[in-house]
Design a binder for this molecule. Structure first.
Ligand code: C2O
Length: 545
């Protein structure tokens, strides 16, 4: 591999969308941020300079960061944030990952505007394990608006808009001008590789193009056994590459593409608000067109907003590609076993506040009833220099503090415990983690994201996980490998991974409001004995708190 240098200047920039101009935090003035392109095996050296009043840190979402944990980025986990006027150089190598990943700010809610794609191509002289695409395209979705929920402890407001590559689309409202519409221009009879990132803060999404089907070829930068689908479902944090074979049309034509949220909690939340773009066919070489009208074109028929069984069937289709070139290394034996109840909980409502939680409480969120408190110094530094006293404890519970029937009557006590607790994992041991969606209230899915690893999704189910019977059905042959998995509301998923990456690794719900409420925890993976099994010392410019 080669070394690729990037410079990220974090600046405020005026951006106009939906007839409103806002000053937002950007990378180099761009929204979304610049695309990073690298080949597998390349080293990335990215200098981030903070010119805004806010603290900044950037996470390279999905990059394994094998023994480069100092470059992972979550504020107060692996580093203190970069303060105004300061800089930090993120330095890491892409090992064994091809596909689409992304970067985003990992401090407060700044990722709502600070994010961008990381395209990792196969090593030179190697190719994709599927038909060579004629062209590649990538796509991101985000919500452009930060709501007030974090301050008030109230439920999330509906976002004002979704965007495709920062563009809100023609169906949103009549303010949108044609310039604000995402247009994908294609030729008939060709295969295109489309890259999807769900960069939305709080919404899982369905995506569809009228009269077209996709072939899914990868998930979170790992190849999967290809399968066909007419709809893409993707949670915040997830990425996927898909092939689109265009029709053999003989004249120019257009089709609508649209996205809409998925929510188990359909009542009272999102309407059918869609973001849309246009797939434009050009038969000739001139692919410029000023005719942006979409009048009369049929909308794609998206699944219902609460199509839970559709989602379960769909996610069940994912299998690792496997074979000699892409071996599936799912741990067959388990050394560390955990059962984590993930979901919403409550805090007492502060005096003089009105709170939106059940019985007037304030919403919180937890893993095993622990609502994780961010420390004021970085966990990785504290651990590396043996200064964990008063920063964190290592007694994170392996099972819930208040066990209950997760699909039946909610417990009387939904209060969370606020603490900074981690799980310590000996180097290179294997982990099985069952994530049980508690569905106490809110009835929301939790897309859980693990830093520093990919895990294999060995099982999923509805209702309460049954440790006596469910493991018999685990897929230990070709489970999908990912870094973010949706934990169904009132259901469970089981994942396995090997703790072969020393450091402190965040795991959290990628729904920003749940992350803020405390649905997060960290794993501290110990060094191995050999020099190449240890985390190297921190770089000299590591920010101080
Ligand atoms: Cu993409 Cu810790 O997140």
């Amino acid at each position: 591999g080669i070394t690729r240098h990037y410079k990220f200047n974090i600046w405020m920039q005026n951006v106009t969308r939906l007839c409103q101009t806002k000053s937002i935090i950007t990378v180099n003035g761009m929204f979304p941020g610049p695309r990073i392109v690298a080949r597998e095996g390349d080293r990335l050296v990215i200098k981030v300079v903070n010119h805004v009043p806010n603290n900044i840190s950037i996470h390279w979402h999905g990059i394994r960061q094998l023994r480069s944990g100092w470059a992972d980025g979550p504020a107060y986990i692996t580093q203190c944030p970069i303060q105004t006027g300061q800089s930090y150089v993120y330095n890491f190598t892409i090992i064994g990952q091809t596909g689409t990943l992304w970067y985003h700010a990992h401090v407060s809610w700044i990722r709502s505007t600070l994010y961008g794609p990381i395209v990792t191509l196969p090593r030179r002289n190697t190719s994709y394990p599927f038909v060579k695409p004629y062209k590649e395209w990538w796509k991101t979705d985000t919500e452009a608006v930060i709501n007030q929920a974090i301050q008030t402890g109230a439920g999330p407001n509906n976002s004002d808009a979704y965007t495709i590559n920062g563009l809100p689309g023609p169906l949103y409202n009549n303010c949108s001008s044609p310039l604000e519409t995402f247009r994908l221009k294609v030729k008939p009879g060709k295969t295109y590789l489309l890259r999807f990132i769900n960069a939305a803060l709080n919404d899982e999404l369905f995506f569809k193009i009228t009269n077209h089907t996709f072939t899914i070829v990868d998930a979170d930068a790992s190849y999967v056994k290809p399968f066909k689908t007419d709809t893409i479902y993707i949670t915040p944090g997830q990425t996927t590459n898909v092939l689109l074979k265009t029709k053999n049309l003989t004249s120019n034509y257009k089709f609508i593409m649209a996205a809409r949220p998925y929510s188990t909690n359909a009542a009272g939340t999102f309407d059918n608000t869609t973001v849309a773009g246009v797939l434009e066919y050009y038969t000739g070489d001139d692919m410029s067109s000023t005719n942006t009208s979409i009048t009369g074109l049929p909308l794609p028929l998206l699944p219902a907003i609460n199509a839970t069984s559709y989602v379960a069937n769909w996610t069940n289709k994912f299998r690792s590609l496997g074979g000699l070139k892409f071996p599936v290394n799912v741990p067959q034996n388990v050394q560390n076993r955990y059962y984590f109840a993930v979901g919403l909980g409550t805090d007492p409502c502060p005096i003089n506040q009105t709170c939106q939680g059940p019985n007037g409480t304030k919403f919180a969120a937890s893993v095993n009833n622990i609502s994780f408190t961010l420390p004021t110094t970085a966990l990785l530094q504290a651990r590396y220099f043996g200064k964990s006293n008063g920063v964190f404890t290592t007694d994170f519970p392996t099972t819930p503090l208040n066990p209950f029937n997760y699909t039946g009557t909610p417990p009387n006590n939904t209060m969370v415990l606020h603490a900074t607790k981690v799980v310590v994992l000996p180097y290179n041991t294997t982990v099985e983690l069952v994530l049980q969606g508690t569905s106490i209230f809110g009835f929301e899915n939790h897309p859980l994201h693990l830093h520093g690893f990919n895990f294999y999704v060995v099982g999923q189910g509805t209702g309460n996980f049954n440790s006596a019977t469910d493991p018999a059905n685990f897929n230990l042959v070709d489970p999908v490998e990912r870094n973010t998995v949706g934990v169904p509301s009132g259901g469970w998923v089981a994942v396995r991974f090997r703790a072969d990456n020393p450091g402190v690794w965040f795991m959290h719900c990628h729904i920003e409001i749940h992350l803020s409420w405390g649905l997060r925890m960290a794993w501290a993976v110990m060094d191995g004995k050999l020099p190449n099994q240890k985390l190297p010392p921190p770089p000299s410019d590591l920010p101080k708190c």
